[in-house]
Design a protein around this ligand. Structure first.
Ligand SMILES: Nc1ncnc2c1ncn2[C@@H]1O[C@H](COP(=O)(O)OP(=O)(O)OP(=O)(O)O)[C@@H](O)[C@H]1O
Ligand SMILES: [Mg+2]
Length: 346
């Protein structure tokens, strides 16, 4: 394709020069043989001279030589009265101009070739560097995956230690404390486990993650079989920095609903809703239809660990705000802005 098109351009160039030379030939003939005067339009001759020198560099000088000879020979044959030296000067000028233009054109070509070669080397270098970077990125991803895997394993070890410790006591309060601590650690381990399995490292799919958490909590509170759960989250991806406080909050609020809102064998529902609005604001709602939060408890100012943790996570980690409603059960509404700050530590 490329060879064909360059052949065509070459042909067009030859045709153009051919036409221009014919015009020069006819002009020379008309002036020398018909009008019997010197050619008045020799400037016209520079057009094919310059074009051919530009296109074919040194070979283009032949056109200038041809036109110089044409002018001189025609001058001599037509026996003009004007002195020959004027046309000799013109002929020399033709060749000189052709020479200069061909040198400049050659230089331009060399520079273009150099530039092309340079850009090719540059392209190769960029390609090589990109593949090196991709390789290093893959290695880093593997490493990161491995780290998340180990963090998850370590958390499971901590969880087992708590489990074993709880077996060493008969005190129900202590057992409950161990169980709660275990659940909190498990919640964080879930995040690392999900990242380890996922293809994306920097974002957590909240829908699948919260479903997993709710599933885990439902089985943990298996004695409350009559409680239904509903999760309504779609298309929300958070950085690990925001996802961890979010799931810890959910862990506290959902466990509270399971633990405190319903009596044994009481029917009820726990709903979790997470929505995005204003492009970068998240609204998170957890509500149940059980008994209300007792009047003597101020959820904005308790000293109990669960709600205190929730308040701290909302205000300090998520830089958000929390609202608690007490109609028909308990309803917690949390609002925060999505941030993309990956370097901030939890
Ligand atoms: N959804 C709810 N329905 C009814 N009461 C609730 C609900 N959530 C919290 N409460 C009340 O608020 C109190 C404080 O909750 P908080 O989570 O701070 O502590 P906790 O659940 O008792 O213990 P923990 O520190 O293990 O979480 C609970 O003891 C309970 O009485
Ligand atoms: Mg609690």
């Amino acid at each position: 394709m490329k060879i064909n098109s360059s052949k065509n351009t070459e042909l067009y160039k030859i045709i153009v020069i051919g036409i221009l030379l014919t015009i020069c030939l006819l002009t020379t003939y008309y002036f020398h043989f018909v009008l019997k005067v010197e050619v008045l339009f020799t400037h016209l001759f520079y057009v094919p001279i310059i074009l051919s020198s530009l296109w074919w560099t040194r070979k283009g000088i032949l056109v200038a030589v041809f036109l110089a000879l044409l002018l001189l020979v025609s001058h001599i044959i037509s026996h003009l009265e004007t002195p020959t030296y004027i046309d000799i000067i013109r002929a020399i000028m033709f060749i000189l101009v052709a020479f200069v233009v061909s040198i400049l054109s050659k230089k331009k070509q060399t520079l273009e070739d150099k530039l092309l070669a340079y850009s090719k080397t540059l392209e190769q270098k960029v390609e090589k560097r990109t593949s090196e970077l991709k390789k290093s990125l893959r290695e880093k991803e593997l490493l990161l995956r491995e780290i998340h895997h180990r963090v998850k394993n370590n958390m499971q070890v901590i969880s087992s230690i708590l489990d074993m410790s709880s077996m060493r006591t008969n005190d129900q309060n202590a057992i409950n404390l161990f169980t709660d601590a275990k659940a909190r650690i498990h919640t964080m381990a879930l995040i690392h486990s999900q990242i380890y399995r996922s293809e994306i490292f920097d974002k957590i799919d909240m829908e699948s993650h919260v479903n997993e958490l709710v599933g885990y909590l439902s089985s943990a509170y298996a004695d409350k079989k009559m409680i239904m759960t509903a999760v309504n989250i779609s298309d929300i991806y958070l950085s690990i920095i925001q996802a961890i406080p979010c799931v810890l909050i959910l862990n506290e609020l959902i466990s509270n609903s399971f633990k405190h809102a319903f009596k044994e064998n009481q029917k009820g529902t726990i709903e979790v809703l997470m929505q995005k609005y204003d492009d970068n604001t998240i609204i998170l709602k957890v509500q149940d239809n059980g008994s209300q939060i007792p009047d003597d408890i101020d959820p904005y100012n308790t000293n109990s660990l669960g709600l205190k943790l929730v308040r701290n996570l909302v205000t300090q980690q998520l830089k958000g705000e929390i609202e608690v409603q007490r109609s028909k059960g308990a309803k917690f509404i949390i609002k925060f802005k999505i941030t993309n700050n990956e370097t901030k530590h939890v």
